[in-house]
Design a binder for this molecule. Structure first.
Ligand SMILES: [Zn+2]
Length: 222
């Protein structure tokens, strides 16, 4: 198994202010990610829920739907650990905010392929930014932006290259465009353009360059 601490610094809001009622109510910092030794970094990211991804609970939690983590995440040696039920991302987004429970204090991410990691990062953004979800496509756009920026910042520790990232970016841009189409709204390709995302990532990097951080370290666990 491989444990990686991914740096997830707060990303700027890229959508209208009224999309969220509590944007950045909790500052994201890192996401602890575990994967099996062998994982699939080549799988395509689609709109489907990734089957081998789950947020594992660090401690007892009685306010969110839960399922046994090992059911969703074989190969990690999980036994009786609980995980957030995969259908309950919205519940977690609401309840973590309502109870002011920092996401990182409750969850780590188990993901066995690239789509799982990408949607895990996307959901990590939901957990730190609360909104009424009235503007669904815009809400998701913010989380897609964060996921792509965070993935870009962590390419080396994730162990993928720029071409993989670009492939993910194109997939998420396509998914985002179809959400806007569903709402009868137009999608501007500039929103998830490579240059814009890289610019945000570089801004975050320069902002944190003076801070020491545990981010970006990977450790192989026996
Ligand atoms: Zn989402």
């Amino acid at each position: 198994m491989v444990r990686t601490i991914l740096g997830t610094p707060p990303t700027p809001r890229v959508v209208p202010a009224d999309v969220f009622d509590a944007f950045g109510w909790c500052s994201s910092d890192v996401l602890e990610w575990w994967r099996p030794d062998v994982w699939d970094a080549s799988a395509d990211v689609t709109a489907a829920n990734p089957p081998r991804m789950v947020f594992v609970m660090r401690k007892e939690c009685d306010f969110l739907p839960r399922e046994l983590a090992r059911v969703h995440s074989p190969g990690l040696g999980l036994e009786n650990e609980w995980a957030l039920a995969p259908y309950a991302i919205d519940d977690a987004t609401d309840e973590l905010h309502a109870r002011r429970v920092a996401p990182g204090s409750l969850f780590w991410l188990a993901a066995a392929d690239l789509p799982g990691l990408v949607w895990g990062l996307h959901d990590w953004s939901h957990f730190h930014n609360h909104g009424p979800f009235d503007a669904r496509a815009m809400t998701e756009l913010q989380c897609d932006t964060a996921a792509l920026v965070w993935l870009f910042l962590n390419l080396a520790s994730v162990g993928i290259g720029d071409a993989d990232w670009e492939r993910v970016r194109r997939s998420l841009a396509g998914i985002a465009a179809s959400r806007f189409a569903d709402e009868g709204a137009s999608f501007d390709a500039a929103w998830l353009a490579r240059e814009r995302l890289v610019e945000i990532a570089e801004e975050l990097t320069s902002r944190s360059s003076r801070r020491s951080s545990a981010a970006g370290t990977a450790a192989r666990v026996p």
